[in-house]
Design a protein around this ligand. Structure first.
Ligand code: TXA
Ligand code: MG
Length: 344
């Protein structure tokens, strides 16, 4: 299959919508990461998403809508909290888990009785959804297990020849996937940290449970609420080791162990301290949005450079850093050391 590159002109958005309507696969830009989209109401189209990504069948997809009102079309119940969240954060990087209506095929929800709903903050993609007249099911547009894609070039790298088209909407602003909140239980529950920091949700909702998948390591066979959270994720080909502690302690730790083929992934403020250790900055520690926006691109470019091992610096604190930390920890397979307390 030849993968077409489309732009965000009205004519190309119409082409993209036609492809979706006719059961094709189209990569779409969103403010978080690129999505691999298909008609979410067509099980045959949705199956192709799982094939193109090599995605396990038990991992449900998110449905993307262009207008919050569409929640009524695809969800059996929409609690007050959902409208409140939609009003504050949509269009934006938030996905809500809600009871699903029967019109959504179980291929999309991987057999679950619930569905993830999101209204993305990207005008071109909302226009494609509107023109197609169907909700678009879309996981991140990467090969399963690899870092998500935040540019059209990343998508082309993973999906060339496997999908019908890629709509190039430029680099993604947020850079990590949406925050996922489960609204089907008695208390709203954070399943995945993302573009909207947990503090903002808690402030609005009053109470928020944090699923252990958000912070801790989870066993492969554990029952998890967001099935995708149990898989190896966001992992470059290189082995990743997170080195915590002060910049000075971390630089000392790495210098003592550094071998040819190793690299350092750090904050721009630290480049000088890691001089000679093949450092790449993925953003500024003083600008958390730059870290989330740059993380996946940096992991992917280190892979291009055939790096074997990455010593990575991870941000602390709340807000978007919760999501950046979560993705980095997963890409490291929870392989973390503290340079200040580790044996010399
Ligand atoms: O920002 C995003 O959310 C991006 C863009 C493209 O919208 N999409 C995305 O999709 O990250 P994906 O499939 O890569 O991650 C969706 C996560 C998976 O961990 C999946 O298991 C979980 O959401 N999920 C989907 N539907 C669910 C449901 N009904 N209940 C619990 N978890 C669900
Ligand atoms: Mg994904």
């Amino acid at each position: 299959m030849k993968t077409q590159l489309l732009s965000t002109t009205e004519q190309d958005l119409e082409k993209a919508a036609e492809l979706i309507k006719s059961g094709g696969l189209v990569a779409i830009p969103t403010e978080t990461v690129y999505g691999l989209g298909a008609n979410g109401l067509n099980p045959d189209a949705v199956k192709k998403i799982f094939e193109a990504k090599g995605r396990p069948q038990d991992n449900p997809l998110i449905l993307h809508i262009h207008d919050p009102e569409q929640l009524r079309d695809y969800c059996r119940e929409v609690p007050e909290e959902a409208w409140l969240l939609a009003e504050h954060f949509w269009p934006g990087p938030l996905t809500m888990i809600l009871p699903v209506r029967d019109c959504v095929p179980r291929t999309t929800t991987a057999g679950l009785d619930t569905v993830g709903m999101r209204c993305p903050d990207n005008a071109a993609t909302r226009e494609i959804i509107r023109l197609a007249g169907v909700p678009i099911a879309a996981p991140s547009a990467n090969t399963s297990g690899k870092p998500s894609t935040t540019t059209a070039a990343h998508v082309l790298h993973d999906m060339d020849g496997k999908i019908d088209a890629i709509v190039d909407g430029g680099p993604c602003r947020v850079g990590v996937e949406s925050t996922i909140v489960d609204l089907t239980g008695p208390v709203p529950r954070l399943l995945r940290p993302g573009g909207i920091g947990p503090e903002l949700l808690e402030e609005l909702l009053g109470a928020l449970e944090i699923d252990k998948a958000v912070t801790g390591e989870i066993a492969r066979d554990a029952v998890v609420r967001a099935p995708g959270m149990k898989y190896k994720h966001y992992a470059p080909a290189a082995e990743v080791l997170i080195v915590n502690g002060s910049t000075e302690a971390a630089a000392r730790y790495v210098r003592e162990r550094f071998q040819p083929g190793d690299a350092v992934l750090c904050f721009a403020e630290e480049l000088e301290c890691f001089a000679g250790l093949n450092p790449t900055a993925y953003g500024w520690e003083s600008d958390p949005a730059s870290l989330s926006a740059g993380l996946f691109d940096a992991l992917r470019s280190l892979d291009e450079g055939k790096v074997k091992r990455i010593f990575a610096r991870c941000p602390t604190g709340g807000g978007i850093n919760v999501a950046t930390r979560n993705r980095l920890r997963k890409s490291a397979g929870f392989h973390i050391v503290n340079a200040e307390t580790s044996d010399k």
